[in-house]
Design a protein around this ligand. Structure first.
Ligand code: TA6
Length: 306
């Protein structure tokens, strides 16, 4: 056993001792030796890497997988996993201050702490993860903060990302639950719920447009919608996925299409035909400012509907 493996095994043993719940969840070494939470309860399965608090798999029993995960995803503590639900935080998109910091912030590349696990009255499994400022985070983003991520796994996957400003100065925050949904084929996908909404087209110098009809995919899409409606629905041939949200007035829709997918080393070349990103966000105009002591909660619920 290499030193690293020994470290990972020890860590996983400790985590299981403290937080495993038989019949609900346990910890194990995932791809690349990274620690992963495996949930399997009466309703569904779900997998969450502590690296990035990154959900890589969810599906109610007897249903196909709901999330898309790239076959060429890379698993290391230096990189975000391609697919699933990366957390973009404390900024969405390129570095807002042009200081050369990584796109989509540092949360998706940070090791999150397990705060607790439990089972609710419905028999759903709850996992509470957290990320606090550290010397490394303050070098990138000079604020004292606490972020909590509450994941509830039932027939619905319910996610709450809470940011608390524990600093003495205000900070600006943008974020997204950058959810990659698995679809049978993009040719058959339409996203309902955004008709008549304004959006910024990131592929055309952020020109403002208005959505006519449902969103369909015939090429690359990268848009930030002004969207405060409580839910949208991804229709994919035989199945539909409802994405409900709170604490968000923006929804991002993304598909890189063939050329950009081929340029990304961790995106399998044909993958773009089998995924769409629908992202519950606080992005673009929907950036939030939190004064000292203030908090903000971004909520997303995913459920299959027939
Ligand atoms: O959410 C859309 C987006 O911001 C796109 O512009 C696109 O580049 C994508 O996210 C993926 O970003 P990533 O840094 O994960 O390659």
């Amino acid at each position: 056993m290499r030193d690293n493996d020994e470290g990972a095994a020890l860590n996983i043993g400790t985590l299981n001792g403290l937080f495993a719940i038989p019949g609900h969840l346990h910890f194990e070494a995932g791809e690349g030796g990274l620690a992963k939470v495996a949930v399997n309860n009466a309703y569904a399965h779900c997998e969450i890497y502590l690296h990035g608090a990154h959900i890589t798999s969810f599906g109610p029993h007897d249903e196909d997988e709901v999330l898309w995960l790239s076959k060429s995803a890379q698993y290391s503590d230096a990189k975000a996993i391609r697919g699933g639900i990366p957390i973009c935080w404390p900024w969405f998109g390129p570095d807002p201050e042009n200081k050369g910091r990584a796109q989509h912030g540092f949360a998706r590349n940070s090791l999150w702490t397990v705060f607790g696990t439990s089972v609710n009255a419905k028999g759903e499994t709850l996992l509470r993860l957290g990320l606090q400022d550290s010397e490394a985070s303050r070098k990138l983003w000079p604020y004292v903060f606490m972020t909590e991520y509450h994941i509830t796994v039932g027939k619905t996957l319910h996610l709450e990302l809470k940011t608390i400003n524990e600093d003495e100065k205000p900070f600006a925050l943008s974020s997204a639950l950058h959810t990659y949904f698995a679809v049978d084929h993009t040719d058959n996908v339409r996203v309902e719920g955004l008709e008549g909404k304004n959006y910024i087209d990131q592929l055309r110098s952020n020109v403002q447009c208005m959505q006519e009809g449902d969103v369909i995919f015939t090429g690359e899409v990268d848009r930030i919608y002004e969207d405060d409606t409580p839910c949208c629905i991804v229709h994919d041939g035989a199945r539909s996925i409802q994405v409900a949200k709170k604490g968000s007035k923006s929804t991002v829709i993304w598909n890189p299409w063939a050329e950009k997918a081929a340029m990304m080393g961790d995106f399998d070349d044909e993958g773009y035909q089998h995924m769409v990103c629908i992202e519950t966000a606080n992005a673009g105009f929907d950036m939030r400012t939190l004064k000292p002591g203030e908090s903000h909660v971004l909520t997303q619920s995913i459920v299959l509907c027939k």
